[in-house]
Design a protein around this ligand. Structure first.
Ligand code: ADP
Length: 270
């Protein structure tokens, strides 16, 4: 149908414009393909936990007179439900990030709060993984944006840093401001990322270490959210990594002046 449409319209308006339309159709096809792939991948990812919940529910039914087994199955259902919740939450964040008006109105956001909130939210995960989570760097930086999605993005970097690190290692979250740019870095001493994977890990559902990602409840969407969130704020993500030594992900965002009466002004240090 599409080539026929192009041909008909091309005959109406002459050769130069018809070229434009052909390009347009190609872009449209690419977007359609991306959407189709996304739906297919998402359905595939959702099927696993849904299937598990269904099997576990059947198992509970047939183990009804063994309370210990019922409890064990119930715990696993909770874990699968948590996974489903995380997956749907991430799919919604991505779709918000990719729609023109999906984010709330941008406002002045204190990076100190973004970092503090996302570090605090991962304290328990870090402690149970035996990873020391630290925070440092410049204080008092502000950006224009959506605080919630920034907290989610920094949180995804911290969660990954913990998951892909050995016990006894350190994950550091740091802020640096320079020349109108705020850099938020999350550095780990973990497994690192092969050169050949460094571009692709930002793609939706791509996992460099498939088995580990699934075992640790990974969705393959975390970095995609980081990339899109940073880009929606007019910034970019940088990645340094050495396999076996560790990785540092850096979100670089345009800095804005602190708003009047900045409550963080008092505890700024440099
Ligand atoms: P996942 O939920 O699988 O972690 P992400 O999109 O967050 O999905 O990350 C994609 C892939 O990038 C991961 O599966 C992992 O292979 C790799 N990765 C992400 N962060 C790190 C890190 N800090 N160290 C090593 N590998 C990482």
């Amino acid at each position: 149908l599409i080539p026929r449409l192009v041909a008909v319209r091309a005959s109406w308006i002459g050769p130069r414009l018809s070229l434009l339309i052909i390009r347009d159709v190609t872009e449209q096809e690419r977007l359609d393909q991306m959407r189709t792939d996304f739906v297919a991948n998402t359905s595939h990812e959702l099927k696993t936990p849904v299937g598990a919940v269904s099997l576990l529910a059947e198992a509970i039914e047939s183990a009804a007179d063994d309370p210990a087994q019922v409890r064990a199955f119930a715990t696993r259902i909770q874990a699968e439900a948590a996974r489903l919740g995380q997956l749907t939450g991430r799919i919604m964040s991505l779709s918000r990030l990719q729609s023109a008006d999906g984010l709330g109105g941008f406002e002045a956001v204190a990076i100190d709060e973004v970092v503090a909130t996302s570090v605090e939210a991962h304290a328990v995960q870090a402690a149970s993984a035996g990873v020391e989570l630290t925070r440092g760097g410049d204080r008092g930086a502000w950006v224009r944006g959506d605080g919630q999605i920034l907290i989610e993005a920094v949180g995804n970097l911290i969660a990954n840093a913990i998951v892909y690190s050995p016990r006894g290692s350190r994950v550091g979250v740091g802020v640096r401001t320079e020349d109108g740019v705020v850099e938020i870095s999350v550095a780990d001493q973990g497994i690192g990322i092969d050169e050949s994977d460094r571009e692709r890990i930002f793609e939706r559902f791509y996992r460099a270490d498939e088995a580990r990602s699934r075992r640790t409840g990974g969705t393959g969407l975390g970095l995609s959210i980081v990339k899109h969130a940073t880009q929606r704020h007019g910034g970019e993500v940088r990645l340094w990594s050495r396999p076996g030594r560790g990785s540092t992900f850096t979100m670089r965002l345009p800095q804005i002046p602190a708003p009047e009466g900045d409550p963080h002004e008092g505890r700024r240090k440099k």
